[in-house]
Design a protein around this ligand. Structure first.
Ligand SMILES: Cc1cc2nc3c(=O)[nH]c(=O)nc-3n(C[C@H](O)[C@H](O)[C@H](O)COP(=O)(O)O)c2cc1C
Length: 399
């Protein structure tokens, strides 16, 4: 039990039949630790450390379901040849007593044609300012192919020893692009009202469920809000949650934001302009970011549990476990999440700052993470492996 008499965050819990040693999951945080579109030893060591640090489950982040779903050269995509390395990663995580999940997604209209060798796919033709190119509207055949890629990727993840998959349906990735009226302007049965916009994402979840069977946990990361006028709002998210539960989701991770438009909405906190400048692709974008970054990337103040208000509105709509994410960085915050009826929490930056943070909280050595949400870990994401830049610069961790 927690200090307040509710379910304790360090008690065991189940997601879709999988028992976790506690209710704390490392959030999918792109590690930048892939080469040649394949996982590396560094990725293995990263997740071994996070698992040893006490989480119930760690999430290996962004894995494209196909090459066409990649936005960066140092991402991986699911295929036979990477399974042996993924199997080593899951074994290392299991040896530390944690479960392993992998985030599967497709980035849709902001895919990089320089990597994928083809025009980016999206629900509608749309100009991507980041790529300075138009995407192509997906046909029904494209949708069949992507649906099958999701199913195949999930099956392979299970084969590699993952205990769960997390399908990315938030942050403006392809499934989220179908949900958002800003990116989905289709006139057919996949566009228009919410029932139509949710049709393709729902068919993907159903397809994955058919391929992996009834007893394999499928988490879905989805948006409570896109973060701009004309995007998905909480009222939509409540309905989407119901559709996803009916389609076979085992749990929902309730996030927010659109990578190509409101990149810091899902994070809150300081704007790491210099990191974005270093990560920008080419001289002109670097200069543009340096001069106009403050206007291009909006600032959203950080608050602990910044999605609590919106996320609690989904609680009454579904029975499956709900995962609170966003500014979960103290023991008190985690206990508050449990009191509010969430079954799990996901934590990102706190584990980048200190992979041992969960163990330290469990033993009472610390009460909260000392991450200051400078977001330089995100700003530098395209210029090396993910790390706490403050730590690199000598701001030591508490004992
Ligand atoms: C360095 C970094 C990389 C991230 N990469 C991903 C990602 O690949 N997929 C994803 O869904 N979210 C990603 N996120 C967002 C986190 O999963 C999470 O939603 C966000 O950090 C808020 O949680 P926190 O306050 O515990 O950090 C990333 C966050 C950080 C800090």
């Amino acid at each position: 039990m927690g200090a307040t008499g509710t379910i304790g965050v360090f008690s065991k819990a189940e997601i879709g039949g999988l028992e976790l040693r506690n209710r704390i999951i490392r959030a999918g945080c792109f590690e930048g630790m892939c080469q040649n579109e394949s996982p590396t030893e560094a990725l293995l060591e990263h997740h071994r450390a996070v698992a040893a640090g006490g989480v119930g489950m760690t999430t290996v982040a962004y894995c494209g379901v196909s090459r066409s779903g990649l936005a960066f050269g140092h991402e991986m995509w699911m295929r036979e040849e990477i399974l042996p390395m993924l199997a080593r990663i899951t074994k290392a995580v299991h040896e530390e007593g944690a479960a392993a999940s992998i985030q599967l997604g497709h980035c849709g209209f902001f895919a990089d044609p320089g990597i994928t060798g083809e025009k980016a796919l999206g629900p509608s033709r749309k100009f991507c300012t980041y790529r300075r190119a138009f995407s192509r509207e997906m046909s029904e055949e494209d949708m069949d192919a992507v649906r099958s890629d999701f199913g195949r990727a999930a099956e392979m993840a299970r084969e590699a020893g993952f205990d769960a998959v997390e399908l990315h349906s938030g942050h403006g990735y392809l499934l989220s692009q179908f949900l958002s009226p800003w990116t989905n302007r289709r006139k057919d049965r996949y566009g228009g009202n919410l029932e139509n916009r949710v049709r393709f994402p729902v068919s993907v979840i159903r397809g994955v469920r058919e391929r992996v069977g009834a007893d394999f946990p499928i988490l879905i990361k989805m948006n409570l809000r896109d973060g701009f006028k004309g995007g998905v709002e909480v009222e939509d998210a409540i309905r989407i949650a119901g559709y996803y539960e009916a389609a076979g989701a085992s749990a929902l991770v309730l996030s927010c934001g659109f990578t190509s438009r409101t990149p810091l909405y899902m994070l809150r906190g300081k704007v790491p302009i210099m990191g974005f400048v270093r990560s920008a692709d080419g001289v002109l974008p670097k200069i543009g970011m340096l001069l106009f970054g403050r206007f291009l990337v909006q600032y959203y103040p950080f608050e602990e549990l910044f999605l609590l208000e919106e996320a609690r509105r989904v609680r009454g709509a579904v029975k499956i476990p709900l995962v609170l994410i966003g500014g979960v960085c103290s023991l008190a915050g985690m206990e508050k999440a449990m009191e509010e009826g969430f079954d799990f929490v996901q934590i990102g930056r706190a584990t980048i700052r200190d992979p041992d943070i969960v163990r330290k909280m469990e033993t009472g050595a610390v009460q909260a993470s000392d991450c200051d949400h400078c977001n330089r870990c995100v700003g530098e994401i395209n210029s090396g492996p993910v790390r706490c830049v403050c730590l690199d610069e000598g701001r030591a961790l508490p004992a």
